[in-house]
Structures are given as structure tokens and as C-alpha cells.
Design a protein around this ligand. Structure first.
Ligand code: HEM
Length: 637
């Protein structure tokens, strides 16, 4: 009998498997129930842990779990214990700005996938080796945070905005402007151009793909090379998530994942070689130029000349006296692309959404641009220095990034055993800061759901609690590209609003976005029907006004008054009205009176207002007669 049972068990593989599974489950739950220092969190399932509760959208999942389990909860991503913190005070250690006693200088725990991508012991973002991280981080700070780089980046972004304006002014009036696509292309071009000094051509390609657009003449070979490179950066970003999430065995041998693995691996090899080729070619060019020849301050050039005889600010620390090797330069360049491309494009989309959703904010922005750049009917001159004056713009950008942080959650790992909120955290435990959770926390923000840029103004009556606003993270690993990104966003907002009348195709539609490692703007359609028609109308009246046509002058006054086809500008409007009034246009005469009457001109003057009203009233203007009657009543009373 005993033999039979033994035979039965040993021969029946399914029973063995069943027994193993039972043992695994018992062991799994035993270690879960007896785990040290448990933090509130959902009940996990073997193998997948709490992945089903977190869902694919990590930002939304974290918010949902925060509601159920509070500001600090733990979940299991597969077998790995992971902690989420969603309150400013709890992030104190993560945002420690010094290396001394820094318990969270690791980005992630050791991970075989990231190691295979050479991201664990080199580069910046996932680098766990303190010596090389410090070295690379210092180099990147010296490059993308240096004033000469930031100044040059303003020039590049302005030039690319000029291109965008050219493309937009030739768009077919009956097509919708896909703002998400345009900002994606513009951002890619900004990052590529500013990082390498070679102009990106995503916008040109996208423009050429649109029906009825005026095609740009661009070499097919250059276009393909450039697009392949950009595509390869996006592929690398997706591959980091893939390599991070799946263990080597599943990646390499599971039928669904195998082709993806091959694609990602080939891409990594190609990109590495391409970056080195780019570095080598530029290095040769710089070395063959004479020393007195100025070198453009794009990121690649700055990395190449660092610590060479061209570098006037040679760094004189013992550990860093030599120029960078080609590998070091290409790895830093890769960090710029990976860190900058996906973040910038999505943030720009979100900003455009919020601005266009709130017309009163748009008006205030236009006023700021008028006060900083003067006459908006002429091309505005955005300099590096002027960006500091765009205080309201900065508040609008901050508020957009508060409501939709492009990294809704992001990770760090404990670099030694430590503690948060009274709970012990073991070395290498992953801790996600739930940025969205903190940005919407009722204890930190009044009416957190409301879009209110004033809360970021000094006199806005709101005190910002330390660590309650973290769009760029914080502490020693805070985003090194934050000043560059903020500059780009300011330029883009100013250029778009002063040149175009963009309206959301469906103003009632909610923001469509999804989590893809970063928060991704899925769809953002703007209407350019009005834009093109309005531009045409403005052009038409300008054309007519050349010979002093009083009706055309009056019409131009109207367009400037309401900002149609041109930027709203009351000073310009008044100039046109006055010129038209002097030529005898009745409506314009009334308008001039009205502008003097209501203080819409600098030299507001009631006497002058009455004079113009009288002229217009005498000639039959009902509006002017009404104003005079009102004035008489006021005088009598
Ligand atoms: C609006 C645009 C951007 C946003 C919202 C953003 C946000 C962030 C955030 C939240 C982090 C994590 C910081 C932390 O752990 O505390 C980060 C890290 C990083 N960002 Fe950005 N970023 C942006 C643009 C850029 C740009 C343009 C670059 C290019 C230089 C860049 C390069 C990096 C790098 C290299 C890191 C890793 C830093 C480290 O681990 O030491 N980012 N970014």
C-alpha cells in the first residue's frame, strides 16, 4: 500500500507540481505574515504580488492605494517589497541635499536587466556606483546647468520656434492641428539640436507628411538618419522599463518577450555605436580647428572641450583633471537624451492643454508678454536674461506640472538600513515617491484639484510646504536638466501665445494621458480653422490699409482689440482707430472717444473723449450720442 502511494506520487508529475506550488504558497504567506515591521498595504498574491492592484498606470494605481492605505503603504512587485510615500514630510530623507549620511543615493536596487543595459555601474540615472555617479553628475551639471549652455539653448529654441511658426502659417485651414504631435517633434528637435548642435528634423518630417503643407526641402539621407536616431532614443527609454521589469529568463526565452528582447538589445548596440561615432567625428572637427576659433556651446562640444586646453575653467580637483574619453562623453550624451526627450515633450503638451483650457490665464500671460517684450505685433525678442522676468509664466508652468507631473511616481532605493515614518527600511528596498499624491495632498494644498497658478506667486497668499512640490524630484539626485527644461517651456509658451490663437478642438474634453514610464500625453487637438482664416483676414486688411483705406484701418483696430489673427494689443488697436478716425471713419471716431473715456490709452483724457464723441454724434453715431447723454446726466447729478 505504501509503495503504491509512493509510486502514485512520484509518477504523477502533476501531483508533484501541485505539492511544490502548495509549499511555495505556504512559504510565501508565512514570510509575508511574519515579515518584520509591516507597513499597511493590500494583500498580495503569490508570484505577482500586488501588480494587479497597482495596474499598468502606476500613477493612478498609487493614488488609489494611497486613498485605501494612507500616505505610506507597501506593496509587492512580484516578490519584491516596495514602499510608496505620499506626504511631504516622509520624503525628507529622499530629498537630503548632501551626500553625508544620505540613505537614498541609489536609484534602484541591483537589477540584472539594468546591468545588461550598462546602466547600473555607469552613466547617471540608474548608476549605483557612487564614484562614477558623482563624476558623471558633476560633468552633466557643468554642462547643462552652465550659463553659457543655457544662453545658447535659448537661441536654439527660438530658432526652432521660428521654424514651427513657418510650418504653421502654411497649414491647410481645414485640418486640425495635432498639438501632441507638434510638441513631440518640437521637443525632440530642441533636445537633439541643443545637445549636439546639429539641427533635428522631426518637425520638418512631420510637416512634410501633412496633406497640403508647404513641403520643406531636406535631404532624404539626413532625414532618415536623424529620425532613426530619435526613434532609437525612444526605444531605449521603453527598453529600460522592459529590462527593469522582466527577469533574464523571461526576457530571453518566453515567446512573447523574445522578439522584444532582440529588438531592444540590437537597439542598445546600435545606439551605443552611433553615439560614439557622433562623438568621434565632432572631436576630430574640434581638434582640427585653431584654438582661437570659437566653439559653439552645445552640450556635445562642452563635454568634448572639458579639461582640454580650450577649457578656460579647467577643473582642478585631484580626481578630475583629464579630458573625458569618448565612452564617457557618449554615456553623458545618452543621459541627456533619455532624461530630456520624453519628459520635455509631454510637459509641453500638458502646459498647452492647461493654458488653452483657462482663457483668463491666457489673457494674463499675454499681458505679461506685453509688459516684458513690448509691442506684440512685432516679433518678440526672447533673451536668456528676459526669462527671469516671466514670473507669471513660471507660475503657470509650475501649476501645470503640479497637476500632471510627468513622472507621477519615481523611485530611489535605500543605500543602507534606515527608517521612514517610524518604519524600518532595509538596504536596497525600493521607495517610490508618489509625486501626484503629494501634489494633490489636502494637507499641503488648498483646493488641490483646481488649476490656480497664483498659488506659485509670491503674493498669491499660499505658503508652499517644504517637499510638497517636486516635479523635478529633490536632494542630490534632483533633475540636472530643470533649468534648461524651464527655459524651453517659457520660450514655447511665449512664442505660441504671442503668435497664434490656438483653441482646443474640444474644450470640454478631459486631458487624455497614460502612464508609459512617464506620463504620456495621448491626444491634444487644437483648432487652426480660425487661426488660418483669422490670419488671412488680418493679412487682407493689412494689404488694404497700405494706401490709407480708412475702413481697413478701422478693421485692423478691431482685430488688435480682440486679438484675432494678430495678438491682442490695445495700444496698436488705438493707433489704427485713430488713424482711421482722422481719415473720417465714423465708427473709428466713436472708438477713439471710447478709448480716451475708459482709460485704455496712456494719456486718457475725458475732454478729448467728449470732443471725439461730439464729432461722431454729430455725424449720426447712436453710440456716441448715448455716451454724451450719459455724460450730461452725470454732470447734472
Ligand atoms: C520638464 C522636463 C523634466 C522633468 C519634469 C524632469 C523630471 C525629473 C525627475 C522627477 C527626476 C528624478 C529626480 C529625483 O530622483 O529626485 C529627474 C532626473 C533626471 N533628469 Fe530630469 N526632468 C526633465 C527634463 C530633463 C532634461 C531636459 C534632462 C537633460 C539633461 C534631464 C535629465 C535628468 C537626469 C540625467 C536625471 C537623473 C539624475 C540622477 O539620478 O542623478 N531631465 N528628472
Amino acid at each position: 500500500m505504501a509503495l503504491n502511494v509512493g509510486n502514485f506520487i512520484l509518477n504523477d508529475w502533476s501531483n508533484i507540481l501541485f505539492a511544490l506550488i502548495v509549499v511555495y504558497i505556504v512559504k510565501y504567506y508565512f514570510s509575508w505574515y511574519t515579515r518584520e515591521n509591516p507597513i499597511p498595504g493590500p494583500f498580495p498574491l503569490p508570484l505577482i504580488g500586488n501588480l494587479h492592484q497597482l495596474g499598468l498606470d502606476m500613477g493612478k494605481g498609487a493614488l488609489k492605494l494611497q486613498k485605501e492605505y494612507g500616505d505610506m503603504f507597501e506593496i509587492f512587485l512580484g516578490p519584491t517589497r516596495t514602499i510608496f510615500i505620499s506626504r511631504a514630510e516622509l520624503t525628507e530623507k529622499i530629498n537630503n541635499p548632501t551626500l553625508k549620511n544620505n540613505a537614498f543615493y541609489f536609484r534602484s536596487p541591483p537589477n540584472p536587466g539594468l546591468k545588461e543595459l550598462h546602466l547600473i555601474n555607469s552613466g547617471i540615472t540608474f548608476n549605483r556606483d557612487l564614484t562614477t555617479w558623482k563624476f558623471n553628475r558633476r560633468i552633466l551639471n557643468l554642462t547643462v546647468m552652465s550659463p553659457k549652455f543655457l544662453r545658447k539653448s535659448v537661441e536654439f529654441t527660438n530658432q526652432l520656434c521660428d521654424d514651427l511658426e513657418k510650418y504653421w502659417s502654411s497649414i491647410d485651414p481645414n485640418t486640425k492641428v495635432n498639438l501632441a504631435n507638434w510638441t513631440t517633434c518640437l521637443s525632440a528637435d530642441i533636445i537633439v539640436t541643443t545637445a549636439t548642435g546639429t539641427k533635428g528634423c522631426s518637425m520638418a518630417d512631420y510637416n512634410n507628411s501633412l496633406p497640403n503643407s508647404v513641403k520643406v526641402d531636406i535631404s532624404e539621407k539626413f532625414l532618415n538618419e536623424s529620425l532613426k536616431f530619435i526613434d532609437s532614443i525612444y526605444t531605449l527609454i521603453s527598453s529600460a522599463l522592459f529590462y527593469f521589469s522582466f527577469p533574464p529568463f523571461i526576457r530571453k526565452y518566453f515567446p512573447v518577450f523574445k522578439p522584444m528582447y532582440h529588438k531592444y538589445r540590437d537597439n542598445d548596440i546600435w545606439l551605443g555605436a552611433e553615439l560614439e561615432r557622433i562623438v568621434c567625428t565632432r572631436k576630430q572637427k574640434i581638434e582640427s580647428a585653431s584654438l582661437d576659433q570659437p566653439i559653439e556651446s552645445n552640450a556635445l562640444n562642452l563635454l568634448i572641450v572639458l579639461n582640454t586646453e580650450r577649457d578656460i575653467n579647467k577643473i582642478t580637483s585631484i580626481d578630475f583633471t583629464e579630458p573625458l574619453t569618448n565612452i564617457e562623453i557618449s554615456r553623458n550624451l545618452k543621459e541627456i537624451f533619455v532624461g530630456g526627450m520624453d519628459t520635455t515633450r509631454n510637459v509641453m503638451c500638458f502646459i498647452m492643454y492647461y493654458i488653452n483650457k483657462h482663457p483668463q490665464v491666457k489673457d494674463k500671460l499675454i499681458k505679461e508678454y506685453e509688459s516684458v517684450y513690448g509691442d506684440l505685433s512685432k516679433k518678440i525678442d526672447i533673451t536668456y536674461e528676459s526669462l527671469g522676468k516671466l514670473v507669471y509664466t513660471e507660475a503657470v508652468i509650475n501649476e501645470s506640472m503640479r497637476l500632471t507631473p510627468v513622472l507621477p511616481v519615481f523611485l530611489r532605493a535605500a543605500s543602507f538600513d534606515t527608517e521612514i515614518g517610524g518604519y524600518k527600511i532595509k538596504k536596497d528596498t525600493t521607495v517610490f515617491t508618489n509625486y501626484t499624491g503629494i501634489h494633490y495632498h489636502k494637507d499641503h494644498w488648498v483646493e488641490p484639484e483646481k488649476f490656480n497658478p497664483d498659488r506659485f506667486l509670491k503674493d498669491g497668499g499660499h505658503t508652499i510646504v517644504k517637499n510638497s512640490y517636486l516635479p523635478f524630484g529633490g536632494g542630490i539626485r534632483i533633475c540636472p536638466g530643470r533649468h534648461w527644461a524651464m527655459g524651453n517651456m517659457k520660450i514655447l509658451s511665449a512664442r505660441m501665445l504671442t503668435n497664434f490663437e490656438i483653441n482646443l478642438a474640444d474644450p470640454e474634453a478631459p486631458l487624455k494621458s497614460s502612464y508609459q514610464g512617464t506620463q504620456h500625453c495621448d491626444e491634444l487637438d487644437g483648432n487652426d480653422d480660425n487661426l488660418k482664416n483669422d490670419l488671412d483676414e488680418a493679412n487682407y486688411w493689412y494689404h488694404q490699409a497700405v494706401d490709407g483705406n480708412k475702413v481697413a484701418l478701422y478693421r485692423l483696430g478691431e482685430l488688435y482689440e480682440i486679438g484675432k489673427g494678430v495678438c491682442k494689443n490695445l495700444v496698436r488697436a488705438f493707433e489704427f482707430y485713430k488713424e482711421s478716425a482722422n481719415k473720417g471713419c465714423l465708427e473709428a471716431q466713436y472708438k477713439v472717444g471710447y478709448y480716451y473715456d475708459h482709460g485704455l490709452v496712456v494719456d486718457a483724457d475725458k475732454e478729448k473723449a467728449l470732443d471725439w464723441y461730439e464729432i461722431a454724434a454729430e455725424r449720426g453715431s447712436i453710440d456716441a450720442q448715448h455716451r454724451l447723454a450719459c455724460q450730461q446726466e452725470v454732470n447734472q447729478s
